[in-house]
Write a protein that binds this ligand. Structure first.
Ligand code: GUN
Length: 296
């Protein structure tokens, strides 16, 4: 069997269309443009590239966007001061502090300082808690993107055995909460594997839907995939490649060529989950703008 390749760019384009229509309607109704501000500390090339992608996508759908760039020498107080200023700025509907932050900064303290009504990353404890309770306000964009792709691909998630490899606060944890909920694209039986898992392959081989979010290439090999499973690869790593002009290529967590012969459908890297993350961030920003006017 050769798996069908799920085209994240195609699904993302559909979401972009919906957001563009939503932004136009919002402008007509409220005379304002939804706005996202991204805060980027330091000059990590991967983070810079993500942030550029976010800017381009915002411009495409008509969301106002600004990026605040700061040197990695910024202090905790200065960074929190910036976040608090954005909290009070009515033109800013969504705030995203790009992670990871340099080691000397307390990531949790910075995220906790974001107004939960502007937390389009869904990482503030209030939003994470609401998601866990089945009352989502903002869920993190990557899990939302994974779920939207599965729905778009008509994968029957109701009662499906889902195995997630990785328990991060950006992906594994919130995705578990999303897929456990009752409703469309959810109501699944979810197992989460992590560094403490005893027999990882035995767990992953039970998966109808296998989601790799461990963050390193080769975390999921072909022998870990059940024949006919749907494989979603959330990982993005840069690996050295002298044959490429940039000197590197992007690779996911899954041994792609091998898994392609076992799975029924699989997402590529790049061009799979990545574009969906950005698309769902746009959805969250539009939603934040709507919440801001209803709470005015
Ligand atoms: N770094 C990698 N992915 C993300 C994300 O979704 N949000 C934030 N804030 N930082 C990230």
């Amino acid at each position: 069997m050769t798996a069908r390749i799920i085209d994240g760019k195609e699904v993302a384009a559909k979401v972009h269309e919906e957001v563009t229509a939503g932004v136009t309607e919002f402008k007509e109704q409220h005379g304002a443009i939804p706005g996202l501000t991204v805060v980027l500390v330091g000059d990590d090339p991967a983070s810079l590239s993500y942030v550029k992608g976010k800017e381009r996508a915002c411009e495409k759908v008509g969301i106002a966007t600004e990026t605040i760039l700061r040197d990695s020498s910024i202090t905790q107080e200065e960074l929190i001061w910036i976040v608090k200023r954005l909290n009070t700025d009515p033109a800013v509907n969504g705030i995203l502090v790009q992670l990871p932050l340099p080691k000397h900064l307390d990531e949790d303290a910075v995220i906790h300082a974001i107004d939960p009504m502007k937390d389009v990353d869904g990482l503030h404890p209030e939003n994470a808690g609401l998601l866990m309770l089945g009352q989502p306000r903002f869920a993190p964009a990557t899990p939302l993107g994974v779920q939207r792709m599965l729905v778009q691909e008509n994968v029957d998630m109701n009662g499906a055995q889902v195995v997630i490899v990785g328990r991060s606060k950006l992906v594994g944890m919130p995705l578990t909460a999303l897929l456990l909920q009752k409703g469309i694209g959810a109501n699944s039986t979810v197992t989460v594997c992590h560094t403490g898992t005893k027999n990882m392959a035995a767990e992953t081989r039970r998966a109808d839907v296998l989601i790799a979010a461990a963050g390193f290439p080769g975390a999921v090999t072909a022998d870990m995939v059940k024949p006919g499973a749907v494989v979603i690869d959330v990982g993005v790593s840069r690996v050295e490649d002298s044959t490429r002009k940039r000197g590197y290529r992007l690779t996911g967590d899954v041994e792609f060529e091998g898994a392609l012969e076992v799975a029924s459908a699989i997402t590529p890297v790049p061009g799979g989950v990545g574009p969906m993350t950005i698309a769902m961030l746009l959805v969250n920003v539009l939603q934040a703008a709507k919440l801001a006017v209803t709470n005015r």
